[in-house]
Design a protein around this ligand. Structure first.
Ligand SMILES: Nc1nc2c(ncn2[C@@H]2O[C@H](COP(=O)(O)OP(=O)(O)OP(=O)(O)O)[C@@H](O)[C@H]2O)c(=O)[nH]1
Ligand SMILES: [Mg+2]
Length: 210
């Protein structure tokens, strides 16, 4: 840490995916506004924006909170293509939500057509230890096998939520730097601008479809 903050925003488009009811919205809202709602209101699609400083750098995070309900799967591919970084969520109380993780991961890799996509897998609802069905070790093993980062969290208790987003941003930056290696800073700015234009177009077409 240098102590000097770089205020030139770096934008990151983040997509939160996982089965219905695992806590995607709860994790996102805890991170964005330090709130937890006990009620369940299935998401259609929500976009959250948060400015965020980590490692002396200001980031603008656009977080796309997606629907886990089956009726909305046709639009899922658009969501995935419009983002560059991903958080895959399952609930430690639901075996079926854990079993779906590989499906989401494979879908991301095939739609983005590259395998160095920053993906964080999280096991949510860690406060419900007495209802646990998926062990920590199972989560760790799957994440290792698929090359993803892994944490268990509780949106309810705000446990490890900040860490998830820190790690996601750091991984995005690391992978971004690797793929842009050798390009000049001036080049980097125009690439980001072009990328943002592309993503905005995709987002607009998603909103038109809903
Ligand atoms: N105990 C506990 N309950 C949680 C936690 N996270 C979410 N919940 C509850 O689980 C239910 C579903 O949470 P949501 O965040 O709406 O789940 P979702 O994944 O966004 O669901 P969809 O939008 O339908 O895909 C709600 O009743 C939440 O209060 C958690 O960490 N612990
Ligand atoms: Mg939701």
């Amino acid at each position: 840490m240098s102590g000097f903050v770089n205020y030139n925003n770096i934008s990151i488009r983040l997509c939160v995916l996982g089965d219905g009811g695992v806590g995607k919205t709860s994790v996102t809202i805890q991170f964005v506004s330090n709130n937890f709602l006990n009620c369940y209101d299935p998401t259609i699609e929500d976009l959250y924006r948060k400015q965020y400083v980590i490692d002396d750098q200001v980031y603008m995070l656009d977080i796309l909170d997606t629907a886990g309900q089956d009726e909305l799967t046709p639009i899922r591919n658009h969501w995935i293509r419009s983002c560059e970084s991903f958080i895959l969520v399952y609930s430690i109380t639901s075996r079926s939500s854990f079993d779906q993780i590989q499906f989401y991961r494979d879908l991301i890799v095939s739609l983005l057509d590259r395998d160095n996509v920053p993906i964080m897998m999280i096991g949510n609802k860690s406060d419900l230890e007495y209802e646990r069905i998926v062990t920590y070790q199972e989560g760790k093993d799957l994440a290792n096998r698929l090359g993803m980062s892994f944490m268990e969290v509780s949106a309810k208790n705000r446990s490890i939520i900040e860490e998830v987003f820190n790690e996601t941003v750091r991984n995005s930056k690391k992978i971004g730097q690797k793929s842009k290696k050798g390009k000049s800073i001036g080049n980097k700015k125009s690439i980001i601008k072009k990328f943002n234009q592309k993503v905005n177009n995709t987002f607009n077409s998603i909103f038109r479809m809903i």
